[in-house]
Write a protein that binds this ligand. Structure first.
Ligand code: EPU
Length: 335
């Protein structure tokens, strides 16, 4: 059933009051294909609405992917192949996997959004990325309604990046994703950030995947705002990758600069650090602002418009560029 002039406020974690000209929710592939047959254009697929900034009403048809299902499809040695519906809430999938004893995604606990949106930006946190456990996905091409399979290579994953942000942008609805998880002898990733420290303070010496998931939840909740309380989309910007010479130049004026080495000899500098140095952390502008505990996150204190958030984002981008010569790129999709 297609609705008209539908408020999108409940469907985006920034809590922005845009409307969809037409809107429908689909619970299986057949419903998706029949919504596409309505011929209403353009089509925008919505997952958890946790990575989008709506600066205007959305024309055409917004389709909310509500395709559910989580199942073990095959077990081979230590590997469990699990297939998950694109509309499943990502964190629900993580909890299900941890409970079943399947390892590999515990570091990705509490990432907002849905399973179908996860491959689009190759979600990642605490040293693990979706691409590390990804096998294949099924997607329906919006123009034809045909279902296609994309394997790992087809997706061309990069840092917060995939083919679905480039030539396939806006062309597919991801209906299911298959993952390869471990059944025992899990490979834990504990070296990133505060995980080890948090496990120790929890009194854990031999962590299980459940312990790691719990620690990640504790760390994320202490730094990142809960969208149910303060509207936000997680990291608003990507961490920029630059030549080492740029880092060395910054080091002259800011000896304490934080950086991570990349395999190709370049470096990644945390955008949160750059933004904080420019004085934005905790700053409020009208109804929007830069979060006090993590400068990479922009927030809606209530009643902000998408344009207000976008203006703040571009003021930050300009200010970081003026100070450091680095132009930040939004990670969030701006409509
Ligand atoms: N930092 C600051 N000031 C800040 C924030 C960070 O100086 O306000 C510095 C910290 O001191 C730290 C460094 O930046 O040394 C890295 O900070 P953090 O570990 O919090 O991670 P991040 O690089 O800011 C990335 C992801 C997050 C993910 C964390 C943990 C991106 C764009 N963001 O943030 O992902 O949770 O690492 O792995 O890569 C998301 O995508 O929505 C998200 C939250």
């Amino acid at each position: 059933m297609i609705q008209h002039n539908t408020p999108l406020l409940p469907y985006n974690t920034f809590g922005l009051a845009a409307r969809a000209a037409h809107f429908t929710e689909v619970f299986d592939v057949r419903e998706l294909q029949s919504a596409l047959q309505s011929g209403i254009q353009p089509v925008l697929i919505l997952g958890g609405g946790s990575n989008m900034l709506l600066t205007q009403d959305v024309p055409g048809l917004v389709i909310k992917n509500a395709i559910r299902g989580m199942e073990l499809v095959r077990s081979a040695g230590n590997t469990a192949f699990v297939k998950v519906g694109g509309g499943v809430v990502w964190h629900d999938f993580v909890c299900w996997a941890v409970e079943k004893g399947y390892g590999g995604i515990e570091n990705l606990s509490l990432i907002p959004g849905t399973v179908g949106a996860a491959p689009v930006q190759n979600i990642g946190a605490y040293g693990v990325e979706l691409k590390d456990v990804f096998v294949e996905l099924e997607a329906v091409e919006l123009a034809s309604g045909q279902q296609q399979v994309f394997n790992h290579a087809d997706c061309r994953f990069g840092y917060r990046d995939s083919v679905f942000k480039h030539e396939n942008k806006g062309k597919y609805c991801i209906t299911s994703v298959t993952f390869a998880l471990t059944q025992q002898e899990h490979k834990l990733h504990l070296s990133y950030g505060d995980i080890q420290k948090t496990l120790e303070s929890n009194g854990v010496t031999q962590p299980s995947i459940a312990d790691v998931s719990k620690a990640v939840i504790q760390i994320r909740s202490s730094k990142l705002p809960d969208p149910a309380v303060i509207g936000n989309c997680g990291s608003f910007f990507k961490n920029p990758e630059t030549d080492r010479a740029v880092l060395e130049k910054i080091r002259l004026s800011h000896p304490q600069v934080v950086s991570y080495n990349l395999p190709d000899g370049r470096v990644k500098i945390p955008a949160g650090w750059l933004i904080e140095q420019c004085g934005w952390k905790g700053k409020r502008v009208g109804n929007t602002g830069c979060y006090e505990k993590q400068a990479l996150v922009l927030v809606n204190y209530g009643g902000a418009t998408g344009t207000e958030v976008k203006n703040l984002a571009y003021a930050i981008i300009d200010s970081v560029e003026k100070t450091f010569g680095i132009r930040l790129e939004p990670e969030v999709n701006i409509f």
